[in-house]
Design a protein around this ligand. Structure first.
Ligand SMILES: [Zn+2]
Length: 311
């Protein structure tokens, strides 16, 4: 009976009717996978923001966890057990909405060791990382108080070891370091939302996640000027046309091009792709190339970029 069920299941997979969860992992000693290439709109047809840094077939870092990333994480073959750290750029829902569900899924892997997590401080109507975790996991008042073990390391859950980065200061700080990787958090301007970008560096390669940032961001460009990342992932949320609003929250393509040129990016990857920006893609690419002459790629969910060796 089981044999026949498995034949039926494989036929359904072959017909594309159910997912196989057997997507190839992003190969190489150091690679980045775009889990979610979209923004906050479900009808843009993409998962919201989320990225994995892969090293030799293991998912080492998760950067952002917006809606839909829960499923993309599993499709990619990633395991919570393998993660060295989780880095959340800011607490808009399209960057953090699936974090609890990914952590809960990790419960079933019985990860024995604590897990590093970094995110921004609070401000305006946004909690900082520590308050956000309390709002979810506080044993008395948290929305998911049944998962309070994430704060204490009890109940079979790995303790989250937090680093809350002051997003109001022009100061970049290390949020992770081991023999193969270092991760730096860099505050950015995202309207009233405390927000961070991240630079992940291996021994021979680097990937920079610009995150959501507006045109008033200056420190990020200055801090990373000439750093020549192998990949710069920038968020393509607004078109160049009509002054591209909301400009305080996001950079229009011309400003993305300027950032890529200042950093000396070897490749620019556009993610957080919203249809309103993709509808004007030709104008956007033209605006980028006025300031940046390197290669530009428009990411899809599961786009994979192998960038070099980690050792
Ligand atoms: Zn945002």
């Amino acid at each position: 009976m089981r044999f026949f069920l498995s034949i039926i299941a494989s036929n359904l997979i072959f017909a594309g009717l159910i997912p196989s969860f057997a997507a190839a992992q992003c190969p190489g000693a150091f690679a980045v996978e775009v889990l979610g290439s979209g923004g906050p709109r479900a009808d843009d047809g993409r998962a919201s923001a989320g990225y994995i840094i892969w090293a030799d077939g293991e998912a080492k870092f998760l950067i952002d966890a917006g809606g839909g990333v829960f499923l993309r994480f599993a499709e990619a073959g990633a395991k919570v057990t393998d993660l060295n750290g989780i880095f959340i750029s800011h607490f808009h829902a399209d960057h953090s909405g699936d974090l609890v569900t990914i952590l809960k899924s990790g419960f079933f892997e019985r990860r024995p060791t604590p897990l590093a997590i970094a995110g921004p401080s609070g401000g305006a109507v946004f909690p900082g990382l520590n308050d956000w975790l309390k709002a979810n996991f506080d044993p008395e008042h948290g929305a998911y108080r049944y998962l309070s073990g994430y704060l204490t390391g009890s109940g079979g859950l790995p303790k989250l070891e937090t680093t809350e980065v002051d997003a109001s200061k022009d100061e970049a700080i290390h949020v992770y370091k081991d023999e193969n990787f270092s991760v730096m958090a860099i505050p950015v301007v995202h309207g009233p939302v405390p927000a961070l970008g991240f630079a992940v560096t291996g021994k021979n390669a680097s990937v920079i996640f610009a995150g959501d940032q507006g045109i008033e961001t200056e420190f990020f460009d200055a801090a990373l000027e000439g750093s020549k990342p192998d990949i710069l992932i920038a968020h393509h949320a607004i078109p160049e046309a009509d002054g591209g609003q909301p400009i305080g929250l996001h950079r229009p393509p011309s400003s993305i091009g300027k950032m890529a040129a200042t950093l000396g990016a070897k490749k620019l990857v556009l993610s957080h792709n919203m249809v309103r920006a993709l509808d004007e893609l030709d104008e956007g690419i033209a605006a980028i190339s006025k300031n940046y002459d390197g290669p530009v790629d428009v990411a899809e969910d599961h786009s994979c970029y192998t960038v070099g060796a980690a050792d």
